[in-house]
Write a protein that binds this ligand. Structure first.
Ligand code: S3P
Length: 167
């Protein structure tokens, strides 16, 4: 079976949906950012502070390459994973699901968590809109399936994905 890869912007629910989806499909759930944090022993924010975005992207590409070689996982990627061509090629080995959401939902979800360095010391709404303008087309283009996650109950989003996978 192909791995299930969740893509989408910060606050689109990749981790929450991914965990429930993995449970339903009896697969392991892996979150790329959490794996990087475990490996480095520090938060994503600290990695950005010390190594900058460039250093983080190198670690992210290495982690994705390792995870894409595993089988039978549901993988939640970071919102910027699809910005690199090298990553996009790796992710295509799996079944890619784009969790589409509004900037408003992203904003309310990301406000609950401080570990989002790209949103530090900037207007978060503006930054999320700018990132979506840059990346929106890539998310759509890479997706085998697009699911609107928005404010919907997580179990309904998971139902829709499981139904689509059954087809
Ligand atoms: C990023 C999204 C984050 C994390 C890092 C960069 C991005 O992941 O990888 O802060 O470039 O959009 P989430 O999408 O899980 O928040």
């Amino acid at each position: 079976m192909q791995n299930i890869i969740l893509i989408g912007p910060m606050g689109s629910g990749k981790t929450t949906v991914g965990k429930q989806l993995a449970k339903r499909l009896r697969l392991d759930f892996v979150d790329s950012d959490h794996m990087i944090e475990d490996r480095c022993g520090v938060s994503i924010s600290t990695i950005f502070d010390i190594e900058g975005e460039e250093g983080f992207r190198k670690r992210e590409a290495k982690m994705l390459s390792e995870l894409c070689d595993r089988a039978g996982i549901v993988l939640a990627t970071g919102g910027g994973a699809i910005t690199s061509e090298e990553n996009r090629i790796m992710l295509r080995k799996g079944f890619v699901i784009y969790l589409k959401t509004s900037i408003e939902t992203q904003l309310s979800r990301t406000q609950k968590n401080q570990n989002r360095p790209l949103l530090d010391n900037v207007d978060a709404q503006e930054k999320l809109a700018q990132l979506m303008a840059e990346r929106g087309e890539l998310y759509e283009q890479e997706a085998d399936l697009i699911v609107v996650s928005g404010d919907r109950v997580v179990s309904k989003v998971v139902d829709e994905i499981v139904e689509a996978l059954d087809k």
